[in-house]
Design a protein around this ligand. Structure first.
Ligand SMILES: O=C(O)CCC(=O)C(=O)O
Ligand SMILES: [Fe+2]
Length: 522
């Protein structure tokens, strides 16, 4: 989001430069127009035919004077104007501006932006007409509606990714808007026409198995442009397919495709992101809030406010963890260091920007700013855990569409134990303290798909849970995910607290759920 804000500021500067260029170009054209107009004015009705009238014209001294002025000084100015390219300076200035900040955006960035829109549409089950209208329920922020060209770009990208159901939806909308724009005569000059929309629509329609509709669309293309590339081959091919196998059989295939994609968005993860999850009633009955001091003098005056969000596995929400001013300091320190979250490219040692985790992250050590030590201390105080061995504070910022797919925070799955020892001397990530440093206007919940739990970000609150059973094995019920941000920007800080030194604060046991003496936590 902070990046998007920089980009918006840049876009304003770019448009201002372009306005200047347009103004200068207009002045230039006005002068040239004036040069031509003066000619017509001076010679009036005689301006049509030089051979007949040159003698009459030349006989007046004022005309002779004007002729000389026109051909000397005026022409010089016209020539100078016509040979200077005002745009080049502007373009150089724009490129300099852009290279100073993010670097120029490219097609990959556009793809990312398109994917974010479809991810939101899919997760929150919003139909494309609503997305395109620029108004989202639950948010007061609105945007200008999408044009047919923009809907076409969204559809085209989906088709290229092989998501033909979404491609069909967006391309159909592009078609509808195209006709509407034409009727209302508001079509902007556009590099694509109706046939391009119909062509991708017929392609994705065919891919989904609706051969008779793909044929109908191809016939419409042929009507508009009989010479359109491959249209005859497509028509012949679809006709042959339909002769060999009737549409009823293809239709079954289309239904199957539809079911697969339909099912996904009604999956647990998406339903939880939409807030449709239902907690187990027996768990819900036992949840309550309480305050805790761990008998620490520091906390006597202001005990920790704890809300139980789930029981077994126990998940807590700790309230009022930091002051707003501290969170703003953490964000401003982090902003200088945020980098796009990376994962290792499968089968290589290279890093690549992760699709499963779209956010910007930075690990902050205590040397970068005193506020980081204050935050670490506070986390130690409210969790009553030993903070000598904990990872550096990780700050993450998710922009619109930013998300983190379902994952475990701990390393110690059975697979890891059998194959390698990656948690070293510090032990595994015993607990996660996930602090929300912003409210999120819509979307961005943290969800636990195995226990049907949704936690909503609230600035200054933190989710806290143990990733390991008492016997040290990973608790797979802690699988969790960060839902895509629909409107707004989400800031979190993560503290992963390792096993080492916790023998007193949270002793281990022989059984996964060994009961231990009370230290405030399970
Ligand atoms: O963003 C969230 O809500 C979850 C983040 C998370 O699970 C992580 O960073 O490990
Ligand atoms: Fe996590």
């Amino acid at each position: 989001m902070s990046n998007i804000q920089t980009l918006i500021a840049e876009e304003f500067q770019v448009v201002n430069i372009l306005r200047e260029i347009i103004k200068a170009e207009r002045t230039k054209l006005d002068f040239i127009q004036e040069y031509v107009d003066e000619f017509s004015r001076v010679y009036g009705e005689h301006s049509g035919d030089v051979t007949i009238n040159s003698e009459v014209i030349a006989s007046h001294p004022l005309n002779a004077f004007r002729l000389v002025k026109h051909l000397s000084v005026d022409w010089d100015t016209v020539r100078r104007l016509m040979t200077t390219n005002l745009a080049i300076g502007g373009v150089q200035e724009i490129e300099r501006l852009r290279s100073l900040s993010q670097g120029l955006l490219n097609e990959e960035d556009l793809k990312g932006a398109v994917e974010a829109i479809v991810r939101l549409q899919y997760t929150y089950d919003i139909d494309e007409e609503q997305v395109a209208s620029g108004t989202l329920t639950g948010s007061t922020v609105t945007a200008l509606e999408l044009s047919s060209l923009e809907c076409y770009l969204l559809g085209l990208h989906q088709a290229q990714l092989g998501f033909h159901d979404y491609a069909v939806r967006w391309l159909s909308l592009a078609w509808k808007l195209f006709d509407q724009e034409q009727r209302l005569d508001i079509q902007k000059s556009s590099p694509i026409g109706k046939v391009e929309i119909l062509d991708w629509l017929q392609h994705s329609t065919f891919q989904r198995g609706n051969i008779s509709y793909a044929l109908e669309l191809s016939q419409q293309i042929k009507k508009i442009n009989p010479a359109f590339a491959h249209v005859d081959e497509n028509i012949a091919y679809y006709q042959k397919l339909l002769n060999d196998t009737p549409q009823e059989i293809w239709a079954k295939m289309e239904d199957e495709n539809g079911k697969i994609s339909g099912e996904k968005s009604s999956g647990t993860y998406e339903a939880l992101c939409r807030g449709e999850g239902k907690l187990d009633i027996n768990v819900e009955k036992q949840l309550h809030c309480y305050t805790e001091t761990y008998s620490k003098p520091w906390l006597l005056l202001q005990p920790v406010k704890i809300e139980m969000a789930y029981l077994n596995p126990d998940i807590f929400v700790v309230h009022d963890v930091l002051f707003p001013s501290q969170m703003e300091q953490v964000k401003s320190v982090a902003k200088r260091k945020l980098q796009r979250a990376m994962v290792v490219k499968p089968g290589t040692t290279e890093n690549q920007a992760a699709r499963i985790r779209i956010s910007k992250n930075a690990f902050l050590n205590e040397d970068v700013h005193p506020v980081i030590a204050a935050v670490n201390n506070r986390i130690g105080l409210v969790t009553n855990l030993d903070m000598r061995i904990a990872e550096e504070l990780q700050v993450a910022n998710y922009g619109i569409g930013g998300h983190y797919d379902a994952h475990f925070d701990h390393f110690r799955t059975l697979y890891e134990i059998n194959h390698k020892h990656i948690d070293g001397e510090w032990g595994d990530r015993m607990a996660t303290f996930l602090l929300y440093m912003s409210d999120v206007e819509a979307g961005g919940a943290t969800v636990f798909p195995r226990i049907n739990l949704t936690l909503y970000p609230a600035k200054g609150s933190a989710a806290f849970w143990f990733n390991l059973h008492k016997d040290g094995l990973g608790d797979e019920r802690t699988l969790h995910a960060g839902c895509p941000v629909l409107v707004g920007s989400k800031w979190i800080s993560n503290k992963w607290i390792r096993e080492k030194w916790q023998d007193v604060t949270r002793p281990c046991g022989l059984q996964p759920d060994s009961p231990e003496w009370d230290n405030g936590w399970p």
